[in-house]
Ligand binder design. Structure first.
Ligand SMILES: *Cc1c(COP(=O)(O)O)cnc(C)c1O
Length: 285
């Protein structure tokens, strides 16, 4: 998204929560900096509040990548209000799945109107208002911009409205799974977990642990048909972003140690303990 707009993407490092470290961001702000993108990894808020402050101080736009954060609350309220844009994903693997869709919440009404227009071919009236608005020559419209065909559709929206009813309940069960995982790993010196910010009720899109011999542990899990994941590789290891290689040592190290454990809604207590036992057997100091 950043490169499409021919902007220059600068990487900043993460902290223990695996979210952006505000100190690292502050070091990399220059007069040419325009915006910060914060990823709420796994549904966690990390030091988001400090990032909000930093952006305010420097007059920078803040985009919250809330793809993992459907249902996440900060100080008891849905996260995202503090950003210029909070971007949710409802694709099939997220906490509020449809099939493939998403939502952008803007703080500013003008941004919202502009995004609406651009997402609908640059037309200044959407199909709905062209068919329903009465007494305003609703069949007339203008094309004011080069737009895109990026709008959602009613089928996905209908699915999302039903999923929304289950979101908080499902997330609460994910948090229960985490409590069981934490119990299963209690006292294990070979396993650590990224801390969750205290005033953040995480959607728990992911449950991540860190181990020294990650690839061995992943292979052992696979042999038992337990399919764990890695979120994510260090972006600067990809050829496209190789210019950033070496600039984010904590992210780099984490990308070699992290494992996302199963946290789907069909798991029960016994399943979780079985995963824990297996990992404790294979994780090394
Ligand atoms: C899934 C995901 C996205 C992309 O979401 P789409 O709905 O596929 O556009 C972006 N950021 C993060 C962190 C994600 O997990």
């Amino acid at each position: 998204m950043i490169l499409y707009e021919r902007l220059r993407l600068v990487f900043a490092d993460v902290d223990d929560s695996l979210c952006l470290d505000p100190d690292s961001v502050a070091e990399r702000i220059t007069p040419r900096t325009r915006a910060v993108v914060f990823v709420g990894l796994g549904g966690n808020c990390g030091q988001y509040a400090r990032i909000v402050e930093l952006c305010r101080m420097h007059g920078l736009a803040l985009v919250l990548d809330a793809a993992h954060m459907a249902g996440t609350r900060l100080d008891g309220r849905h996260v995202g209000l503090q950003a210029n844009a909070a971007v949710y994903s409802f694709n099939a693997v997220k906490n509020l799945p449809t099939a493939d869709s998403g939502m952008i919440c803007f703080r500013d009404g003008d941004d919202d109107a502009r995004a609406g227009k651009l997402s609908c071919l640059g037309i200044n009236k959407d199909t709905y208002s062209r068919t329903t608005a009465e007494g305003s020559y609703e069949w007339r419209y203008d094309v004011e911009d080069v737009g895109y065909k990026y709008y959602g559709n009613s089928i996905m929206a209908a699915i999302a409205l039903v999923q929304l009813r289950y979101l908080d309940h499902d997330n609460a069960y994910r948090r229960q799974l985490v409590v069981w995982y934490e119990k299963g790993f209690a006292g294990a010196k070979t396993i650590s977990m990224p801390p969750i910010t205290s005033n953040c009720e995480s959607s728990r899109h992911l449950f991540q642990i860190r181990v020294r011999n990650r690839d061995d542990v992943m292979l052992a899990l696979r042999q038992h048909q337990i399919y764990a994941g890695v979120h994510y590789n260090d972006n600067t290891d990809y050829r496209m972003y190789a210019y950033g290689n070496g600039t984010c040592p904590r992210a780099h190290r984490a990308s070699r140690e992290i494992i996302s454990l199963p946290i789907h809604l069909s798991l029960n207590y016994a399943d979780v303990l079985q995963v824990c036992e297996l990992i404790k057997r294979h994780a090394r100091i």
